[in-house]
Design a protein around this ligand. Structure first.
Ligand code: SAM
Length: 283
């Protein structure tokens, strides 16, 4: 197997997680996991298992510059996230609302906000992602900016939505502080982020795999509930809701092990959460 990290290691780890998370429960199922592990670790040449991954971290700027080229392709995490966030946006966003897509990337949420008649503002640290957002939502205003210093006046925004972006900050408190400053009294903030459970399965932001090249990824920080609650207390937000979203079949199906070992993939992620969606309000 050499010293590279291959699909074989990823699959073996997933089978191991499935076994570990259930070892005390059902002998027959665990015997199946054991046989699968022996099979994978046997080392027989295999076109899928021997694909080299060699994950390599990229910084946020160069990572998103590269990811922007195909960011808008199929993303199972986003498919699941939208099942939760779209109904929330349906309730909050309408004409007469000035809405901010924070860490807007290629403008996925900005487009949803525009479809609902809102005046749309978006910001992101990546010029490449922003250019796509601007083309997608020509009526929107898009700014090259950081969560730590938003280029908007106090109490300027009615609704803020931020998906899968605050997770890139080591501490969400700075972002929430700026959200608190720019949102009007009574305004609502919706933040969708990877759930801390996802860390148990190596849930970083992988993108753009090309055969023969290292698999690039950018770092997610998994902020625990205590951090969010403390940040809200410190900056002055009330927590309206927190929806914890379990892994769904569309996410299982995208796992490299799923084709051969679907039950193991389900057992590895079963009853864990892939993301959560927080709703905060400024009174
Ligand atoms: C996974 S993408 C999410 C994009 C979009 N919100 C969506 O859900 O499709 C994360 C985005 O956060 C942006 N980002 C990360 N750190 C940032 C920071 N400190 N300030 C502004 N944007 C940031 C990245 O450039 C990237 O476009």
């Amino acid at each position: 197997m050499g010293s590279s990290i291959t699909v074989r290691h990823l699959v073996a780890g997933t089978l191991g997680a499935a076994l570990l998370r259930n070892w005390y429960r059902d002998g027959d199922v665990n015997e199946q996991r054991r046989r699968e592990l022996v099979d994978v670790l046997a080392g027989d040449p295999d076109d899928l298992l021997d694909i080299v991954l060699d994950p390599t971290e990229r910084d946020l700027l160069s990572g998103y510059a590269q990811w922007s080229e195909h960011y808008d392709g199929h993303n199972p995490l986003i498919a699941v996230e939208e099942q939760v966030t779209i109904p929330i946006l349906d309730r909050l966003v309408h004409a007469d609302v000035r809405a901010l897509d924070a860490g807007c990337g290629t403008g996925r949420n900005a487009a949803l906000l525009a479809e609902r008649g809102a005046e749309v503002i978006g910001f992101d640290q990546s010029a490449e992602m922003l250019a796509i957002a601007q083309a997608k939502v020509p009526s929107g205003r898009f700014d090259l900016a950081e969560f730590a210093a938003l280029p908007y006046p106090d109490e300027h925004i009615d609704v803020i939505v931020s998906s899968l972006a605050v997770c890139h900050l080591p501490d969400p408190t700075i972002a929430l502080g700026e959200f608190r400053r720019v949102i009007r009294p009574g305004g609502t903030v919706v933040v969708a982020d990877p759930h801390p459970d996802a860390r148990a399965l190596g849930g970083q932001a992988f993108f753009g795999f090309r055969l023969g090249e290292p698999l690039p990824w950018v770092r997610n920080h998994f902020h625990p509930a205590s951090t969010w609650l403390r940040a809200c207390r410190d900056v002055g937000f009330g927590v309206v809701d927190c929806v914890e979203v379990p892994y769904r079949e569309v996410q299982h199906a995208s796992h490299p092990a799923f084709g051969r070992y679907p039950d193991a993939v389900r057992a590895a992620t079963g009853d864990l959460h892939g993301l959560w969606v927080w709703t905060f309000r400024r009174d």
